[in-house]
Design a protein around this ligand. Structure first.
Ligand code: UN1
Length: 510
């Protein structure tokens, strides 16, 4: 595999790293990594022990003492160099993402582009970590607030965006003065190892200590739990299912740690009678089948006005019939594999349970076998006519199943259906009617962290804050002022008078 060698990865040699150095514990065994693309075994990756974890944490804590004293623009300059390394390795890393995770090459490259973009964003931000200057109620006093780094930040990421989620967290955390310890999904450790190799030269060139960007690959039950419980990690950012996040959030909160939770979505697109279907249809199809429905922003539900319902239904069925399913490295294909056979089972199970509940399978739903599908991870994306209250519809299945839901009445009826789920990540409306769009965006409109007009639910830009409400966890990552979550806030009051007036006018004479 050319991309492995061009990324300097020798399979079977890596597990845990503090930057340029690797630890090679073997007693915990190894993860056997195979590609969902062709089912071939790619590598074994050593599992970290608790001792490895302790070593990583001690090294990271020491590195923090040095890193926090660099000026923020200096830290930004390091991140700039990391961005340049990513630019140079974009093709190889994008191919590895595609091969290890199964998303299309275009999406693999797009994911690396998100990493490059967040580096650029973080560089600019390194000169803008601003607080406010405030007026004191006391004469000759000044008040302001400022932001300081937190320390060692834990990042627990999922398989579906195996590298970008790390960069959103790690690059922003870094310019804020933090060091990070990253536990990637055990399903996609090779891309994480590749990132570590990509940043290595920057660490060496700048004579930086070990421990600024650490990687720990291990069992969630061992290393993941260590991270959740560890008071050395004042902040842990967790991307994953709502089930994982509920557990993680409670554990971190129990020790008064901070968390950024980026959990499941149940994202809907509303099509009103005034939707431009030329825009809407590709938005829906890409949202539903892109990354084989394994984005947290994937389109799960389309809520269509009854007056255009039959028309939309037949256009979508036709579009799905034209989908080419196969190796994601072949740019002619639209849909690659699911991550593993467990995901395929979840797909089949959801199709069965939604039809048992009364859903009507309109197309797709099969598991593909035979030539080109030997990994057993390829499925035919499905469209199911359903009702919003079905248990299966209420639940996020990480697979390409699109629920078609009919609404009657005005846009507020559609919004009520859209909001009537436990999750609140991404949402969209297609309409050329300004009033409908503004109602959708108003405070009585969409209850999601992301609300789009004439754009689908997935593919958010890094410049905005990314995350959602309700069972999506409430965290925000990436752009806008999401950086504040990686810092502690301090309010400062300075007295430059010759008196000591107390606030609230309190008199206390000695
Ligand atoms: C995720 O699925 O965890 O908005 C992140 C998007 C991507 C990020 C998805 N930029 O679809």
């Amino acid at each position: 595999m050319e991309f492995l060698s061009s990324l300097a990865i020798e399979a079977n040699n890596f597990g845990t790293s503090t930057g340029t150095q690797w630890r090679q514990t073997t007693e915990q065994g190894a993860f056997e990594i195979s590609s969902p693309v062709d089912g071939k075994h790619i590598a074994n990756v050593y599992k970290a022990s608790s001792e490895d974890y302790q070593h990583v944490i001690i090294t990271a804590k020491q590195a923090f003492l040095i890193w926090r004293k660099l000026t923020a623009p200096h830290r930004g300059d390091i991140v700039r160099q990391i961005g340049n390394q990513l630019r140079e390795n974009k093709q190889a890393l994008g191919e590895l993402v595609s091969y290890e995770m199964g998303k299309s090459l275009q999406e693999g490259l797009g994911e690396v582009q998100e990493m490059i973009d967040i580096c650029d964003f973080a560089v600019g931000l390194s000169r803008q970590l601003n607080g406010s200057t405030l007026h004191s109620e006391r004469p000759f006093h000044r008040m302001y607030d400022q932001y300081h780094p937190l320390g060692v930040v834990g990042v627990i990421s999922a398989f579906n965006f195996p590298v970008a989620v790390w960069s959103w967290n790690a690059m922003i955390a870094a310019i804020c003065g933090n060091v990070t310890v990253w536990k990637p999904s055990e399903k996609t450790p090779l891309t994480a190892i590749a990132c570590q190799h990509i940043i290595k030269q920057v660490l060496i060139d700048n004579q930086l200590p070990e421990g600024i960007f650490s990687l720990i690959i291990g069992e969630p039950e061992l290393i993941g739990e260590d991270m959740l419980e560890d008071r050395n990690l004042p902040l842990v950012s967790v991307t994953g299912s709502t089930r994982v996040g509920r557990h993680a959030g409670q554990k971190i909160a129990a020790r008064f740690g901070k968390s950024i939770l980026e959990l499941g979505g149940n994202n809907a697109i509303i099509l009103t009678p005034e939707a431009d279907l030329k825009l809407a249809v590709p938005g829906i199809v890409f949202g539903a089948v892109g990354t084989a429905g394994q984005r947290c922003t994937s389109t799960r539900r389309v809520i269509v006005h009854e007056s255009i319902y039959d028309q939309v239904k037949s256009i979508l069925i036709k579009a799905y019939q034209g989908l080419r399913i196969g190796s994601p490295l072949d740019e002619n294909n639209h849909v690659g594999p699911l991550i593993d056979q467990g995901a395929v089972q979840a797909f089949s199970h959801a199709i069965k349970s939604v039809t048992n509940e009364g859903g009507n399978l309109l197309c797709g739903g099969d598991v593909l076998s035979g030539e080109n599908y030997q990994s057993g991870c390829y499925v035919q994306p499905a469209i199911v006519e359903a009702e919003n209250h079905y248990q299966t519809v209420q639940h996020e299945t990480f697979a390409p199943i699109l629920y078609l839901i009919k609404y009657q009445g005005g846009v507020e009826q559609a919004i009520a259906i859209q909001n009537d789920v436990l999750q609140g990540l991404s949402s969209a409306i297609f309409s050329n009617n300004m009033r409908e769009c503004e109602i959708f965006l108003s405070h009585w409109g969409s209850d999601c962290g992301i609300a789009n007009v004439n754009i689908g639910t997935s593919g958010a830009e890094i410049g905005g804050a990314f995350g959602g409400e309700k069972e999506t966890g409430g965290g925000r990552e990436s752009g806008s002022d999401a950086w504040k979550a990686y810092m502690r806030r301090q309010t400062n009051t300075i007295n430059f008078s010759t008196e000591l007036p107390l606030a609230q006018g309190i008199k206390f004479d000695l």
